[in-house]
Design a protein around this ligand. Structure first.
Ligand code: UT7
Length: 323
């Protein structure tokens, strides 16, 4: 059978780093509160000329270089984002153009913080369905542009950035010893809409709007939803927490990450944590974390890696792959 194998990875961050201390002059908060409640120490904030598409392009170029490929080798550019450069055309088509590609196809996918898990699962279907041989899967966000900078309960939590993977269809044995995507489990439930949403949009207010979140309510659901969907991925592949080399979670809050890992029996040394460095970068957080952990040699070829995310919608999902 064909499996979608990770051939390259890359990431990009805005130039400006904003440590917690700097936020103390914007809203009534403290470095101590932010670190204790979230684990976040700093985030990167996009400046003039830095956009979701420019960061996505940089991450895509880094992933292509890592894979030893050029844009000519790519059939599909798939971008997970909730902060597109324009309402349309898709940021993916913008990035495709920036890469100098006029062949193939490109589209955006919107599942907020779960966007990257949804996008890798979707890319895998396009590869296994025979529509694309190689896919650039990008998670790119500039959440700083939809934050209410007067609301301390949300503005301290998020950051900007982008990450990318090159997935390639490769003939495989069809066992869980194969490299590539092994199983994906996606969920959504719109009854939770008002707990995490943006209060604007082209068809309602005609404005971009600002992010609104009842953090405590989201927190209450997060660990249960994440662990349920990871259990589904283990069950579908007849694997357990012990078989796992790495858990690469969506990076929203250190307490959610630790709570989920503990409930699943995954020891802390197998969990990749970058929320301290990047804050919550929504769809970009998993590919940023993958780039850090593959780049420093922790994630190696052949390792069993679980990706998981939960966010606005609610949407959530888990995906098991062998690196
Ligand atoms: O990526 C999508 C998914 N999103 C998430 O996973 C976010 C989930 N939620 C969370 O991570 C946490 O709920 C937060 C980090 C947002 C908040 O942590 P919490 O422990 O749930 O705190 P809380 O909302 O219960 O607030 C505790 C106190 C409140 O004061 P009172 O009412 O106890 O007097 C807040 O007003 O902390 C106050 N507070 C702050 N204080 C200083 C809220 N924000 C801040 C702040 N600085 N930035």
């Amino acid at each position: 059978m064909i499996r979608s194998v990770v051939r390259g990875y890359g990431a990009a961050l805005p130039k400006r780093v904003v440590p917690n201390k700097e936020l103390e002059s914007i809203v009534e908060t403290s470095d101590e509160w932010i670190v204790q409640r979230t684990g976040i120490r700093q985030r990167y904030i996009a400046g003039e000329g830095e956009t979701t598409a420019s960061l996505g392009e940089q991450a895509a170029r880094a992933a292509l270089e890592n894979a030893g490929l050029t844009p000519d080798d790519i059939d599909l550019v798939l971008v997970a984002t909730s902060t597109p450069d324009n309402t349309f055309p898709a940021t993916a088509v913008n990035i495709q153009n920036r890469l100098g590609m006029t062949h193939g196809y490109a589209f955006d996918l919107q599942a907020v913080c779960s966007g990257f898990v949804y996008a890798v699962a979707t890319a895998d279907l396009h590869i296994r369905g025979g529509m694309a041989k190689r896919v650039l899967v990008i998670g790119a966000e500039t959440f700083s542009r939809i934050l209410d900078w007067k609301d301390r309960t949300t503005c301290v939590l998020f950051g900007d950035g982008a990450g990318a993977l090159v997935l390639e269809g490769q003939e495989s044995e069809g066992t869980i010893a194969d490299r590539g995507v092994l199983t994906a489990h996606l969920r959504s439930d719109g009854t939770h809409k008002e707990k995490l949403y943006v209060d604007g949009g082209p068809s309602t207010t005609g404005t971009v709007g600002h992010l609104r979140m009842e953090g405590r309510e989201v927190f209450k659901h997060a660990v249960g939803m994440i662990t349920d969907v990871i259990e589904a991925a283990f069950a579908a592949t007849d694997t357990t927490a012990e078989d796992l080399d790495w858990l690469v979670p969506h990076q929203a809050n250190r307490r959610i990450i630790d709570g989920s890992a503990k409930k699943l029996g995954i020891p802390p040394e197998k969990v990749v944590v970058t929320v301290d460095l990047h804050g919550n970068t929504s769809a970009a957080s998993i590919p940023l974390a993958l780039s850090v952990a593959a780049g420093d040699g922790r994630i190696k070829q052949g390792d069993l890696v679980m990706l998981e995310a939960m966010g606005g919608g609610f949407t959530w999902g888990a995906l098991l792959l062998r690196w």
